[in-house]
Structure formats: C-alpha cells, structure tokens
Design a protein around this ligand. Structure first.
Ligand code: 5GP
Ligand code: MG
Length: 175
C-alpha cells in the first residue's frame, strides 16, 4: 500500500453496508426471480460479496463491460460497450444492475439504456458508492451503499490504471 493512501471505508464498514443492501433486496424481491447484472470491472468484488449476502434464489448473474473511466467517453456523452449481455438473459426478466460507483452518471445511464432496449420486466440500480457532486446525467439509485465526497477512490475492485483493485478497503490519495 502506498504511503499517501488514506482509508475512506474499511472492509468492516463495507461488509455491514453490503449486508444491509442485501436485506433490502431480499425484502423487495420476495417471490420475484431476480437477475443481477454487474458492470465490469470495478464492481466484481462488491457483486461477489453482495450475492453471498442475498438470501433469495437468484435467477442468473450476468456482466456487461463499458469503456474504462474517462478513456472512451464519446462526444455524445455516452460510454462505449465492450461486453454485452445476451438478449434472452434480460428480456422479460427482473434486473438489478450493480455498479461500483456513480460519478457523472454517464456510464450507469448508458448501461441502463442498453439493458432497457432488451425489454426487461423491471430494472433497478444498486451502487456501492455515489459521488453526487459530479453528476451530469440524472440517475436514480434504488439501493445505495455510501454517498462520498468528490475523492478519486480506489480499492475493493476500484482501480487506478488497473491497479489497487485487490485492496480490502476503499482509499483515496491524500495530496
Ligand atoms: P461515471 O460514468 O458515473 O462518471 O463513472 C462511472 C465509472 O467511472 C465507475 O463505474 C468507475 O468505474 C469509474 N469511476 C468513477 N469515479 C471513480 C473513482 O473515484 N475511482 C475509481 N477508481 N473509478 C471511478
Ligand atoms: Mg465501473
């Protein structure tokens, strides 16, 4: 761990919050077959922890991948799609999109649009983190872990140049 990394959220705090989110999801999807769609790569650890706390049987766990942060945001204000999910996994299904962080909202709103085109029965959004101060596109987060200040955070799946994803907590660089 680099010496300028400052802890924002400990592994314990994240675990408690993940448990709380799983309880909310269990409560809302009693008797409803639920498909989880994760946005790679940043949410992979969060999804792994979240699905193990969810008690209701899950229909399926799927993934999509969008262009990495600020790399390929095209001029229309959309993120580009690197990995799509099969139509039959989404059409007529109850979808919970799981994201690591909603920042400008561009990635998440793009992912929601892509999934809505495949005609799900319902679609909701779960995000571990929210940075509301930087929002450009309005996104409704149905299940939110933490609202955080405008820090560039890393760890618990979140990267800087593909590194730091393995850290158990969430950190930011103090300058
Ligand atoms: P948005 O499109 O909402 O601006 O950003 C969404 C994506 O950008 C997230 O899924 C995440 O991959 C990346 N991102 C946004 N803020 C941060 C951050 O503070 N740290 C890291 N590592 N990635 C971020
Ligand atoms: Mg992401």
């Amino acid at each position: 761990m680099g010496k300028n990394l400052t802890l924002l959220l400990s592994a314990e705090e994240i675990a408690i919050t993940t448990e709380r989110l799983a309880k909310e999801i269990d409560r809302d999807y009693q008797n409803v077959p639920l498909t989880i769609v994760g946005i790679l790569k940043g949410s992979f650890i969060f999804i792994a922890d979240l699905v193990r706390e969810i008690q209701i049987p899950l229909d399926s766990i799927e993934f999509i991948q969008l262009s990495s942060y600020k790399e390929k945001i095209i001029s229309s204000g959309e993120a580009s799609l690197l990995l799509d999910v099969e139509l039959k996994s989404i059409q007529g299904k109850h979808i919970l999109l799981v994201e690591d962080i909603v920042d400008t909202g561009i990635s998440t709103s793009t992912a929601l649009e892509i999934l809505k085109q495949k005609k799900p029965a319902s679609i909701k959004l779960c995000s571990l983190l929210d940075k509301p101060s930087r929002r450009q596109k309005d996104v409704q987060i149905d299940y939110l872990g933490f609202s955080i200040p405008d820090y560039f955070v890393l760890g618990y799946g979140l990267d800087v140049d593909q590194k730091y994803r393995q850290l158990a907590g969430i950190y930011y660089f103090k300058d």
